[in-house]
Design a protein around this ligand. Structure first.
Ligand code: HSE
Length: 426
């Protein structure tokens, strides 16, 4: 059978990883694909010291790769929105299949790209865009195709999980751990995408679209990052039997679809609570299968390359990689964050005087909000402010916000109330 020729655009962590996996596992890959897969050209402005390119046709012009008549599959690994979109559309126009690890591109411009690919009769694979090495897109689209998916939730940013784990286990400083995640090639070019939840929101947007058959709608995803999580919150959560994880949560109910990314307290007994470091975990609940959990490395050269190359092999096997997993999309309402219902962890600083706790409890009970657990710390010798930590039973976010505003307005409460959402995931 004729070999399949691949052009790689972008030669950073993932580009280099993909190059090396294709070279090192060439024989095994050819046996799986039923034909050889050859790197025909690499488009990049600089070499990757981890790769031996002595026998490779290199070009500084990525668009040369998109137009190269020898190439069957263009692998877009440059990242970002604009140039990547132009490159992918140019490749499609030239009749190339496309494989990408670019979740930002798919979450924001996926509809346009898939329409162009359908018209040109080519595939667009993006397994590597979500949860690194975990084949969760294939799992939902193929393995769980019989199910009505009810919930998809999990840790879908490796950098964020690495930071939270190192802060908790080693008491390390946020910025110090972030710098290490960058050095290890986990973080996005702009690491605020990781720590502010934008990267996870891109991934959740894609997962929700393939899980529920809804249009890609990144703008409707509620996004909150981890940069305000303190070591105290991590410790108090543990005292209450919880771990703080940065989760993407989407669920389908009669009211609509939850689509949100935020730091979340989850019970320490839940398996996701034990997923640490750069590992990701995605829990998918289907109507027939019930609870499933997919776990693996969420970032880094090897794991991401593993997913990129799997898509290349599918295309080489002449398996049509579908755009989204549904033939027609349903416009289900995504719930505004005010309308979601969840539990809450609250932390506030109160004047150490009689009656403050009772006043706070009255505000909550007047709104029908019920307290599940409470910790009030002893003041240290010279302090007049004491931390109060509460776990709140499930309530609508809008009502929780109203109560928080009333609590913050009390003269006895110092500053803002810290609020972290709680998910039991049961
Ligand atoms: N920056 C991303 C992460 C890379 O840390 O998860 C993988 O998508």
């Amino acid at each position: 059978m004729k070999p399949v020729k691949v052009g790689i655009c972008g030669f950073g962590t993932v580009g280099g990883g993909t190059f090396n996996v294709l070279v090192e596992n060439a024989a095994e890959i050819a046996r799986r694909a039923g034909r050889e897969i050859i790197i025909e050209q690499v488009g990049a402005r600089r070499e990757n010291p981890a790769c031996d390119t002595r026998n490779t046709n290199m070009t500084a012009d990525i668009f040369e790769v998109a137009r190269n008549p020898e190439i069957d599959i263009v692998v877009e690994l440059i990242g970002g929105y604009d140039v990547a979109k132009e490159l992918v559309l140019e490749a499609i126009k030239n009749g190339k299949h496309v494989v990408t690890a670019n979740k930002a591109l798919i979450a924001v411009h996926g509809a346009e790209i898939f329409a162009a690919a359908k018209e040109a009769g080519v595939s667009v694979g993006y397994e590597a865009g979500v949860a690194g090495g975990i084949p969760v897109i294939k799992a939902i689209r193929e393995g769980l195709a019989a199910n009505k998916i009810e919930r998809v939730a999990g840790i879908i940013n490796g950098t964020g999980n690495f930071i939270l784990t190192e802060m908790r286990d080693k008491g390390r400083d946020f910025n110090d751990v972030l710098a290490e995640a960058q050095a290890l090639g986990y973080a996005e070019a702009d690491p605020t995408f990781d720590v502010e939840g934008i990267d996870a929101a891109h991934k959740l947007t894609i997962l929700s679209s393939i899980a529920y058959g809804i249009p890609l709608q990144f703008d409707n995803c509620f996004t909150e990052g981890i940069s305000k999580i303190t070591r105290e919150d991590v410790q108090y959560a543990e005292e209450l039997g919880y771990r703080i994880k940065h989760l993407g949560v989407s669920a389908r109910s009669e009211k609509g679809i939850d689509l949100r990314v935020h730091p979340t307290l989850i019970p320490e007994t839940n398996m996701i609570a034990k997923v640490d470091g750069v590992m990701n975990a995605v829990a998918v609940k289907g109507s027939a299968v019930k609870d499933t959990l997919f776990c693996g490395p969420g970032a880094g050269a090897g794991p991401t390359a593993s997913a990129v190359v799997a898509d290349i092999i599918d295309i080489a096997r002449e398996i049509q990689v579908e755009a989204l997993s549904f033939d027609s999309l349903e416009d289900l309402k995504v719930l505004p964050i005010d309308e979601i219902e969840t539990g809450y962890y609250l932390r506030m600083e109160a004047l150490d005087k009689a009656g403050v706790l009772a006043t706070v409890a009255t505000i909550l009970s007047n709104k029908g909000i019920s307290i599940e657990a409470l910790i009030q710390k002893e003041p240290k010798d010279d302090e007049i402010l004491v931390p109060i930590i509460m776990l709140i039973h499930k309530v609508q976010e809008k009502i929780m916000n109203e109560a928080i505003a009333e609590i913050e307005a009390l003269a006895e409460i110092n500053g803002a109330v810290t609020r972290i959402r709680v998910e039991e995931l049961n």
